[in-house]
Design a protein around this ligand. Structure first.
Ligand SMILES: [Zn+2]
Length: 117
């Protein structure tokens, strides 16, 4: 147990976690691992290139999702902008996953939506 110099709520949480890990004997002792222990297994081989390729593919899909996706303000679901239900509410264009969410948002703004649109 160490004294804390951070806000009390974080400190008490840290103390609880410290106590829990100490109780379970999960706090490692002995010398800290060296840089070589951690990074020694990284080598320039086919696995490194596959990992970089995988990361690049992941980044592309993440970027595509960010480009095409919008968040439904009612349920928080990510929806495809092209397939989403689009409504003008209080001068703002909003995208919804379903008519249900669109009507819920409109009701919150005191707007009654017509089925067209
Ligand atoms: Zn929704």
């Amino acid at each position: 147990m160490r004294a804390c110099a951070i806000p009390s709520s974080f400190c008490s949480l840290a103390t609880i976690i410290d106590g829990l890990f100490s109780g379970l004997g999960l706090i490692p002792t002995g010398p800290r691992p060296s840089r070589g222990d951690i990074f020694g297994t990284i080598a320039v081989n086919y696995k490194l290139f596959l990992n970089i390729l995988g990361l690049a593919i992941f980044a592309v899909f993440l970027w595509l999702t960010a480009q095409r996706g919008v968040t439904d303000p009612v349920c928080g679901m990510k929806v495809d902008k092209a397939k989403a239900i689009r409504k003008e509410i209080a001068g703002q264009t909003l995208y919804f996953c379903s008519e249900h969410c669109a009507h819920k948002a409109a009701a919150n703004h005191g707007v009654i939506l017509t089925s067209a649109g």
